[in-house]
Design a protein around this ligand. Sequence first.
Ligand SMILES: [Zn+2]
Ligand SMILES: [Zn+2]
Ligand SMILES: [Zn+2]
Length: 925
Amino acid sequence: MKADLPVREPQRLDQWRQLRLYDAIRRQRANARLFVLHDGPPYANGDIHIGHALNKTLKDIIVKYRTMRGYDAPYVPGWDCHGLPIEYQLLKELGVEKHQVDRVKFRQQARAFAKKFVDVQSAQFQQLGIFGEWERPYLTMMPEYEAAIVETFFRLRSAGYIYRGKKPVYWCARCETALAEAEVEYQDREDRSIYVLFPVVSLPGDQAALPASVLVWTTTPWTLPANRALCFHPESKYAVVEATVQGTARRLIMAESRVVAISTLLGDASPRIVAHVSGAALAQGQFQPPFGATPVPGVTDQSVNLDEGTGVIHIAPGHGHEDYLIGQRHGLETFSPVDHQGKFTTEVPPFAGQSIFAANPKIITDLKGRGLLLKEAPIIHSYPHCWRCDQPVIFRATEQWFLSVEHEGLRQRLLRETERVQWVPSYGANRIRGMIETRPDWCLSRQRYWGTPIPVLYCVQCGTALEDARVDEAILAQVRREGSDWWFVGGASPSLWEHLDPRPKCEQCSHSEFRIGEDILDVWFDSGVSHEAVLQRHDNWWPADLYLEGSDQHRGWFQASLIPAVALRDRAPYRGVLTHGFVVDGDGKKMSKSAGNVISPQQVITKHGADVLRLWVAGCDYSEDVRLSEEILRRSIEAYRKIRNSCRFILGNLHGFDPARGAVPVERMQLLDRWALDRLARLIDGVTEAYETYEFHRVFRALYDFCNEDLSAYYLDALKDRLYTNATDGEARRSAQTVLRRALEAMAQMMAPILPFTAEEVWQHLGGAESVHLAGWPAAGEGRLSSEEAASWDEVLAVRSVVLKAIEEERMAKRIGDPLEAEVVLVTDDARARELLVTFRQPLEELCVVSRLRVAEPSTASGGAASRTATGEGATRLADRVSVAVTKAPGEKCPRCWRWATDIGEVSAHQALCRRCATVVMSRE
Ligand SMILES: [Zn+2]
Ligand SMILES: [Zn+2]
Ligand SMILES: [Zn+2]
């Protein structure tokens, strides 16, 4: 019986579809307690990859487990349909640039593109055996979803969280758009690091230090034209240093702690400090920047780092977040003379029209020519790059819409909420807290085509944004009806407002004609409001019990969801957040086409089956990065086979067993079966606890060990005689079958969340009702041994080990062949030990698989060939107080049961058989 999963699984999926299994499950759980795992939407822009499979399978294991525990656990899969990934891919496919397309038509193409991949991915996820509302998923491009986005924006805006401002944001010059924090990736990049002079124009107080220049270190020469100040540490000492640089004597100002390092770097190992000046005093000075005629002021800030550079920072408020904040504190202009394509504007005449990266070397040459450059050197540093086009991004100040994290103390409220959430693994709490503590306001505007428009109208005369709740209402109704494409066709149509009384007017100039805003919303805002669009549509689904995504989502979706929820509802949208690592190859390297180490889920499913892939997911420790290779997959297949073979073996021995008629009550079961029942009860407890704490590798381990140890190594082997040679209807045989049936049923139930296909197959073979996925959870605790009984069993199993060792020695000495040729005699002079051995004689004989096992008085013991005796006085283990004698069993081998017996031929009708076998055979005649 081959597993043949690649053939069986699709058939099973058809069967489940015909059953409408997911709906049946939900109906059955209609009034049960809810458990809501809210799906984070993947991008609909390609086949699913192994990371998706890991993510969705983990979710499915939890949903299926909760369902079997009796919860109503809905699962509504979602897709992120808007955004740059799709826009970028589609432009590439069409072979055009952003400016060459008609926006409305392009959006229709993007919609079709997304829809296509939603269908592709949906089919692929379903192949994995994932249950959910596949016919009613949520798509962020659906009109009702877009309406939820727009509505949330309006609510945030009227609550005062949304503002328009000019601030530096990450900007991709290639994609021509602002980017969110979560949309940049840090990569190493080589730049030029330079030391530039800012001559002192004036410095109050000590004039003896002059003339001198402040030495500034920067790795972004292109930001020098936007310099608006020099920043010093307020409590630090600065030195005026005389040093000879390239043959010229210079007077340089730098932090005293940096004098030695910097002078050496500049080529003068013995600089002379001629004066000291405090950071606070320098902040009173004026300095000549390399570009522009106006001197710039000094300022101070605690954040100035005295361990690198010269301890002086050149401040360009238009090109950096920190610089911007310092600029705001000191009333500096947010100057940003770089356009949307990353080129200098006419505000920087010498380099106007040139890309900043191309202008970098020219700026350096120019500084050199004017004697302002003391040193340049290559530097490799970690620099932000665009997640889509891989180009280095810049900080650029533009007019954008922002969500304030300071309004109404939002940042503190966010931090407070993270404390209430259960983070698994727990370090997630620190990670997201650290990010929230330092995050800037959320830049919501994107200058792209494919997304939800920012639903704001502007006065055609003065450009002021209109804020009128009645207009918002009208816009929202239209989006709900027609979707957001409507905005670009009819968003500025007077029919929206002309019937309103009084008519909306510009609050600045009273004009009453408006145009639409062209920007779209950050796609993270789309997915961030999924709890509004999906959870709020159902009674009691908000907040979700669990969000479950990759660990990079602390920066992405977890934060994007938390912010609007806490702003509007003062509560996190989730009670728990579980994160997993990324899938890497067998050596821990990232999977990539170029490295040739990619393993796709489709590949695994068609070759080995979804259950094999799911078993790999369950078996891995997802709290870290997860490895996958052909070798690791082979181990998964091997483990799968072990589990499957155990199930198969049990099924084979349950043939013809009807539990309704044949089950033996616990109190009448054989001792060995009581032991097995206890092992099963412990398994159920262990597995349940591991599921509860999301430790699926422990579930896997426990199931695997149960099959491999308890069943294969002990129980099933011991049962062979009873199952194969006892009377079919005999109580001893039925006692074993009762336990086997219970064990297999429970295993199918406990496996179902991880191995839904195989569990179902087993369940159907057991004649279970409809589907294992409609079954409940196995009852725990039933059949547990008392602690005294369990202790006795520990002693018995220790004796078994000693016996097996003795038999093995006899076999090695070639005195016996098969263990069934052996007779074992146990001797002890300890009364308590003997009593125990007598009680457990039968199960011990079965467990040792010998023809006969006897317990003898010390005097009557026949001196066996091998004799194992007590290891010493006062030995505490019973096994150490028993001597074991192994001899060749007397009599002959019965051809039916293979045991050696002295009563062969006693029953005349069956001359060849032992008495026991003869009786069994006759009872069937
Ligand atoms: Zn880009
Ligand atoms: Zn106006
Ligand atoms: Zn026999």
